[in-house]
Ligand binder design. Structure first.
Ligand SMILES: *Cc1c(COP(=O)(O)O)cnc(C)c1O
Length: 398
């Protein structure tokens, strides 16, 4: 590492709040599926900014669209209409089959909005203010108070108690555990269609259908958090589309703007008509022209560049190569996930392996201490998979 990079890192450690144990590199620029640090060292990127940069770095059309929007107008507020938001909402409705969109600045904010909408929906029915939400153990929905309250990881919540309250937890793929938590005050069930941070665990189709039927029967809203598993990552625009289990409210973010901070929660018309109305919710930045120009272009490029088709081609190959690796090492106990959202479970912490991979020019991330997570840009090829496996294979050892 150069003295320059060392100095950057020292300054960062002095000035930034220490909320991350960061990997010791300063990233500088990107090109396709490769990143470069400030020393010019090249890395194959299987993190994509945590499942964000789906299109790869330096996409000419995407960059040009953002530059053009910067020269027009970046921000106007939600007191007025703007064309990029209108176009982005139309396209988002088309790919999701949902009816109404609220743009946010992040994933957590999309979850906050979804939870508020669910509470308001129930409030309009019975006027009560003690409605309950059922969430899943090992889930992750974000770091703000509402989102944290439905995050099924006590470690993230403990120091910040009390949470918003009236939240109960059940187990993903255990329908009985869900029914046991339902009361006459349950207003929503929230879950990730594929759990990300919690260990790359997909909800199974039968479980989703049962939860959907339960929600229909009891007029409970189903909120699917597609922030990580959405936007083509599983080979479907949204992971629930594989099962045809449509949510009442859906959250999306991460790859939605491919790096420009933007998220959204979407609803069916029925939910929208009976939940949030004027004055109930707002955001200064949310849905601003710059963010929405990014969304609009991302959605165009997904179609034009056949991103989903690429995921469907490359994902089985990634699965096969990871299976081979698992077969080779006793310390790898399980392969999880779906599409280009995969986890290799080890019987030991994986930080050392990830550090060694970084040394050798491969960026990987973990999900929990013992899982290596693979969430590459969605434009990767089989050759990139081979390149990744070849490096990783030399990092596992013992
Ligand atoms: C990342 C993530 C969030 C939080 O998104 P932020 O943009 O970090 O606030 C919420 N839900 C899921 C499933 C996520 O993966």
């Amino acid at each position: 590492m150069s003295e320059t990079m060392k100095a950057y890192i020292e300054e960062a450690e002095r000035d930034l709040l220490h909320t991350y144990n960061r990997y010791q590199i300063v990233l500088d620029r990107g090109e396709g599926v490769y990143l470069y640090d400030t020393d010019g060292k090249k890395y194959l990127d299987f993190c994509a900014g945590i499942a964000v940069f789906a299109l790869g770095y330096g996409n000419r059309e995407y960059n040009d669209a953002l530059k053009a929007q910067i020269d027009k107008v970046i921000h106007t507020s939600n007191y007025y209409y703007n064309v990029p938001a209108i176009e982005a909402a139309r396209k988002l409705k088309k790919i999701s089959g949902m009816d109404r969109v609220f743009f946010t600045n992040s994933g957590a904010e999309a979850v906050e909005g979804a939870l508020k909408a669910a509470r308001k929906y129930a409030y309009l029915k019975d006027g009560r203010t003690d409605h309950e939400i059922i969430a899943m153990n090992h889930s992750f929905h974000g770091r703000t108070f509402g989102a944290l309250s439905v995050t099924g990881n006590p470690k993230y919540r403990e120091a910040f108690e009390p949470m918003i309250g009236h939240v109960k937890f059940a187990d993903l793929n255990d329908f009985k555990s869900v029914t046991e938590q339902v009361t006459d005050r349950t207003c929503a069930i929230i879950l990730e269609t594929v759990q990300g941070e919690g260990g790359l665990v997909p909800a199974d189709g039968e479980f989703l259908r049962q939860v959907r039927a339960l929600c229909d029967e009891r007029d409970i809203l189903l909120i699917l958090d597609e922030i990580q598993c959405g936007m083509g990552r599983t080979g479907y625009m949204y992971a629930w589309q594989k099962f045809g289990v449509k949510p009442d409210i859906m959250t999306t973010a991460k790859a939605l703007g491919c790096g420009v901070p933007v998220g959204a929660f979407l609803m069916t018309e029925k939910t929208a008509a009976h939940s949030l109305s004027a004055g109930d919710h707002g955001t200064t930045y949310g849905g601003n022209p710059l963010a929405c120009a990014a969304v609009e272009k991302v959605l165009d490029l997904f179609e034009k560049d056949h991103i989903i088709e690429n995921v469907r081609q490359v994902a089985p190959y990634l699965e096969q190569r990871l299976e081979e690796l698992k077969g080779k090492y006793d310390c790898i106990t399980e392969l999880r996930g779906a599409g280009l959202m995969r986890g290799l479970v080890f019987d030991r912490p994986v930080r050392d392996i990830i550090d060694r991979a970084m040394e050798k020019g491969l960026i990987l991330i973990n999900a929990g201490a013992e899982i290596i997570r693979f969430v590459p840009p969605l434009v990767i090829t089989k050759e990139h998979v081979d390149e990744m496996i070849a490096v990783l294979d030399t990092c596992i050892g013992r």
